[in-house]
Design a protein around this ligand. Structure first.
Ligand SMILES: Nc1ncnc2c1ncn2[C@@H]1O[C@H](COP(=O)(O)OP(=O)(O)OP(=O)(O)O)[C@@H](O)[C@H]1O
Ligand SMILES: [Mg+2]
Length: 262
């Protein structure tokens, strides 16, 4: 096998990138897909919610793999998660902030660090899911260069046509310069509040804006639900609840991504 690699992306904060990465890992686990999570956000939120044990700040992590000051391999920092089939390349401290700054002043090869680092792992996983920081920086660029596809995560109040334009510029720059195979898989509308007129209007405006850029929305939108926050905060599984509508939506997204019935 050779892993399919996806990045969950938006330069805006708080739209649900980490939550969606978490829920997709949960869905992949329930399907028995061997999955690797990569936390490229110095905030380390994905690491906190998914690692099997709390990780001390001096645990080796992604920063050690990406820096030129160490020769740590990706294999060496992989750690278990709350799910049997899912592993994690963690970010247990703010050290990744320093690596982002280091990459900025690195003259060559800085965009390909992550891609190179995970190459030896591709045959060991079905799926690699990358959570991004809320910015367009060297860490995000590394994630996009390493990926075959990206999923844009957005939220009613925070989406704007300007936001799409800025995001598209980055994606196009990565496609032109480093990764011509990078595909936009679609837009996940997160924290959707159904049954209001403004939400319906907004959704159709968004669909139009996305279509005009050649992008598709994932359907149905992911509802806003307190339970989602509770699931990630308590490191539990949405998929364990049978016949759950929110769990089903996440399975539909995964199915769309990997193109298989689940
Ligand atoms: N569908 C949802 N329903 C309810 N709450 C949600 C939902 N999705 C995300 N949240 C909550 O919204 C907040 C932001 O989500 P999250 O951390 O996933 O966003 P993010 O894009 O990763 O943020 P950042 O850019 O800071 O990394 C969190 O408190 C999370 O629990
Ligand atoms: Mg996040």
């Amino acid at each position: 096998m050779s892993a399919k690699i996806y990045t969950f992306f938006n330069q805006k904060g708080g739209v649900g990138k980490t939550t969606t990465t978490y829920l997709q890992a949960d869905a992949a686990n329930s399907k028995g897909l061997k999955t690797l999570l990569i936390d490229t956000d110095p905030q380390g939120n994905l690491t906190k919610s998914t690692s099997q044990e709390p990780l001390p700040a001096d645990t080796a992590g992604l920063a050690d793999v990406l820096t030129s000051r160490a020769d740590t391999t990706a294999q060496e920092v992989i750690t278990p998660t709350i799910w049997e089939n899912v592993d994690l390349i963690p970010t247990p401290s703010r050290a990744l902030d320093l690596v982002r700054d280091e990459l900025l002043v690195t003259p060559t090869g800085r965009e390909n660090r992550l891609k190179k680092a995970i190459k030896p792992l591709l045959d060991e996983y079905d799926l690699i899911l990358i959570d991004c920081p809320p910015s367009i920086d060297m860490l995000t660029i590394n994630a996009l260069v390493a990926s075959q596809g990206l999923i844009i995560i957005t939220q009613a109040a925070l989406w704007s046509v300007d936001g799409i334009a800025e995001l598209m510029q980055t994606v196009q720059a990565v496609q032109e310069n480093y990764n011509e195979n990078l595909r936009i898989e679609g837009v996940v509308v997160n924290q959707f509040i159904k049954n209001t007129n403004s939400a319906r209007h907004w959704l159709s405006d968004l669909e139009e804006a996305a279509n005009s850029q050649g992008m598709k929305l994932f359907y149905p939108p992911m509802p806003q639900a307190v339970r989602i926050k509770e699931i990630t905060e308590s490191s539990s599984s949405l998929q364990e609840v049978s016949n759950d509508e929110l769990a089903r939506i996440q399975r539909v997204y995964l199915e769309k991504l990997i193109g298989e019935e689940i």
